[in-house]
Design a protein around this ligand. Sequence first.
Ligand SMILES: NC(=O)c1ccc[n+]([C@@H]2O[C@H](COP(=O)([O-])OP(=O)(O)OC[C@H]3O[C@@H](n4cnc5c(N)ncnc54)[C@H](O)[C@@H]3O)[C@@H](O)[C@H]2O)c1
Length: 473
Amino acid sequence: MMNAAQSNSNSSAVVCVQGLGFVGMAMALATASARRPDGTPAFEVVGVELDNDAGRERVASVNDGRLPIQSSDQRMETAMQEATAAGNLRATTDPAAYGDASVAIVDVGLDVTMTDEGPTVDFSGLRAAVRSLAERLPAGALVIVETTVPPGTCEKVIAPEIDGAVEERGLPPGSILLAHAYERVMPGPQYLDSIVNYWRVYAGHTPEAAEACERFLSQVVNVEEYPLTRLGSTTASETAKVLENSYRAMNIAFMEEWGRFAEEADIDLFEAIDAIRMRPTHANIRQPGFGVGGYCLTKDPLFAEYGARELLGFKDLEFPFSERAVEVNKVMPLVSLDKLDELLDGLGGRRVLLLGVSYREGVADMREAPAGIFLGEAKRRGAEVVAQDPLVGGRRLPEGDEVQAELPSPDGFDAVVFAVGHAQYQELDIPKWLGSSRAVVVDASRVLTDDQLSALASEGRTVWSVGRGLVER
Ligand SMILES: NC(=O)c1ccc[n+]([C@@H]2O[C@H](COP(=O)([O-])OP(=O)(O)OC[C@H]3O[C@@H](n4cnc5c(N)ncnc54)[C@H](O)[C@@H]3O)[C@@H](O)[C@H]2O)c1
């Protein structure tokens, strides 16, 4: 049996990336960028997508040499051009491509739903994805699961799925290797580097799989500067990912009550936070803001309880902090909305300009964005909201509203809310842009500097900052 890292010198090993979303597309490019010592591509990369409208569109885009995902990272664009020139990246909706692969990377999504009985997970999509691999991969191939999953998933769900398919094919047990190596990709300005130049954690379902995974990752990740960390089991690796994101989600949620306190007590919480961050042990304390969105922090903390109870059988284990973090973060945009309601003496008939609707600065992803919750509730209270975002302009929010790409004139708006710190807003000459507009200004995410806030207040404008309160003249 031969696996990925054992490719011979003339032909490159084929690596399939299953799912060309925010993670899979970047991983496909990172893998296509890997080079042998002689400078030739280390891998032939094939991205495999679902045969639906969105999947076919992504595939066509890749095969055309265009990135299917808008990115503020020039390195993604360069990597795409280099892969196109080298001819070592293509995409398809045909799962037959798995038949040639020595490594298959699973980058499909997995959702969790909160019910009265607790978190619940529908594994049917992930099971189908894994089965489509296991039915076709050659013996000796390695499956690397990068999808974020409840602890216990590789052991209790994915390995049995693979073993079942292997048995049906009449192959010896263990013919297909399984590892978990979670992604820390950040689809912002350091998108590609967050894979290639970043620390990676992994584990094998068997020692042989751990070895194969290490060999593969060592060719894609800059392990000289960012050494890999091997954990003792796939459940440990799955837990590390879920804990890592739960910690982050909780750190943010924790600041929400402090933000509200600071606003009431006339304290600049950011000043206090910057002082606390001087202490190395507290350097990553978060800050209050508009809200938490994206596909990860809004769901991952719920995986722990599901995994513990439903996969590993610890029926009485509870994760109240993790679950509370998700709840608090979800309603965080209403803190800004309530304040706006108060400042405008009611939202009925008011016109609000919402600047920034992606879930994070520099990221073209609107999934679970707090803007949706803000906008839905503002409309329910009678306001008209116009949303603008340079990165997702032209797309529609889940509420149906189209997001404007161009920054409109503030004239005619009763309030302007800076919700996300995109470069466009940070580079904006705000007093000049506001001109004679008397719109109330809300800085919900520390988008404006202290000087900018003071300058606006000194012009007699009403300026409110989440975490700082009303800005005095
Ligand atoms: N987005 C992030 O920043 C990020 C960061 C770290 C980890 N993750 C995790 O990585 C995983 C993927 O996230 P994402 O943001 O890329 O999701 P995504 O929705 O952008 O991409 C998933 C893709 O998989 C495709 N897909 C689903 N089933 C398939 C199948 N059977 N065969 C081929 N393609 C299939 C979908 O069509 C979709 O394009 C999730 O578990 C997520 O939690 C995401």
